[in-house]
Design a protein around this ligand. Structure first.
Ligand SMILES: [Zn+2]
Length: 62
């Protein structure tokens, strides 16, 4: 169980809401939050923060 985020109110986990890009290549992996148009980030923590922002700014949660 992931407790609701104190910032956005949604229960989103670090590994459940982000995807690693290029994990199996020789390049350093990039990460992005699991929503359309999310930016690529160098760290999973940054992608996770994007997911939080996405939830926090969503006008019509469904
Ligand atoms: Zn959050």
């Amino acid at each position: 169980m992931t407790p609701p985020c104190q910032r956005c109110g949604y229960a989103h986990s670090l590994y459940g809401s982000t995807s690693a890009i290029g994990r199996f290549s020789s390049l350093a992996p990039l990460y992005r939050a699991d929503y359309d148009g999310s930016p690529l980030r160098a760290t999973r923590a940054q992608a996770h923060a994007d997911m939080c922002d996405h939830y926090a700014t969503k006008e019509n949660p469904s």
